[in-house]
Design a binder for this molecule. Structure first.
Ligand SMILES: CSC[C@H]1O[C@H](OP(=O)(O)O)[C@H](O)[C@@H]1O
Length: 339
């Protein structure tokens, strides 16, 4: 029996405390639930860079609070905005949130006004997740099995989640009866974070190896692959956690539908296609070890892109809080997100 009632029952990983930002340190989950207190904007930058806080919406929200800390402490604002913006390159939510805060600064907002704006950004994200949950769940036929990739839940957002929000809503509505979560090498967001969220909610779920995904789809056990996004280009091409693209290829081959769930803060109409999205390359050490223990021979090298781009042609639906874009094209994206 699930024990999920509403977004208020899910985790709040990003908590503003008036003069500091409290973050649930996602590097330590599920073994430890430790909180990180960021007392200036530089600490927020480190938390984003080091994935103490991660997930496209969550890093945008954290950066917005970083701007509030900079304003409260009279830090040089142009420098703070530029350094926060450079923390990670792929998730456009970071730039979106900072541009929104910058516009308020240009309009003369003081620290108190910026604090109110950051709170609005965080509250809007939660409302969007709840609405997207309903819109996405409505696409899923009762009795369906689904699979998801990475972590797109409360840990990656203001609460409830994007793709995981659709899964929460689908389970609550009796439309989803089983969830498979991909472990999501190398950082294991699926194994460490999504399974933690699903078990806490009492949602029946099984972890699978990333390499088991095509075999699972071939079995007929899943009707949808449901994922999040870090940046959706104007033609619907979608950047998401590495491994998403091959899930989309396998899903199309096996007749499994592919759903992307993301708030409008993830849509970047200024980027024409996925070819123009900057894919973050992270330290090879993240691939050469597991849980901090090296697993590869000394001297070995690695290539560690942490996102990839799924072409719009492989996506059956993009679910946003402004509506569902089926079989996304530039024309259909513009109908919802006129530039
Ligand atoms: C709703 S989170 C969106 C997105 O962010 C994650 O990336 P990371 O864990 O590296 O911040 C992953 O790509 C999720 O799908």
């Amino acid at each position: 029996m699930t024990n999920l009632s509403s977004a208020h029952d899910t985790i709040r990983a990003v908590q503003w405390r008036g003069d500091h930002l409290r973050l649930l340190d996602q590097r330590l989950l599920p073994a430890e639930e430790q909180w990180l207190d960021c007392r200036d904007y530089v600490a927020v930058i480190h938390a984003i860079k080091d994935l103490a806080v991660r997930g496209a919406p969550a890093i945008g929200i954290a950066a917005a609070w970083g701007v509030v800390l900079a304003a409260q402490q009279s830090a040089p604002m142009d420098q703070a905005l530029a350094e926060l913006r450079a923390a990670r390159p792929t998730a456009v939510n970071l730039m979106w949130a900072l541009d929104r805060m910058k516009a308020h600064i240009a309009a003369g907002a003081d620290a108190a006004a910026l604090e109110r704006e950051a709170q609005i950004i965080q509250d809007e994200d939660l409302a969007a997740n709840r609405h997207m949950g309903e819109l996405g769940a409505a696409l899923i036929l009762p009795g369906s099995g689904v699979m998801t990739h990475c972590n797109t839940g409360s840990l990656a957002t203001s609460g409830y989640g994007t793709a995981l929000g659709v899964i929460r809503a689908g389970v609550a509505a009796g439309r989803i009866d089983h969830v498979y979560a991909g472990e999501t090498r190398p950082w294991q967001q699926g194994a460490r974070l999504t399974m933690w969220e699903l078990v806490r909610d009492g949602i029946p779920a099984k972890l699978i190896a990333d390499s088991a995904a095509s075999h699972l789809m071939k079995s007929g056990a899943v009707k949808w692959v449901i994922v999040g996004a870090d940046r959706i280009a104007a033609n619907g091409d979608t950047a998401n956690k590495i491994g998403t693209y091959q899930l989309a290829i396998a899903a199309r081959h096996h007749g499994v539908k592919f759903m992307v769930v993301a708030p409008s803060s993830t849509v970047d109409m200024a980027t024409v296609s996925g070819d123009d999205i900057d894919i973050e390359l992270r330290d090879a050490a993240e691939l050469l070890s597991v849980a901090g223990r090296r697993t590869v021979v000394e001297g070995a090298q690695a290539w560690n892109p942490v996102f990839d781009v799924t072409p719009a042609s492989l996506i059956d639906a993009i679910v946003t809080e402004r509506g569902v874009i089926e079989h996304p094209t530039t024309e259909r994206m513009k109908a919802v997100f006129a530039a």
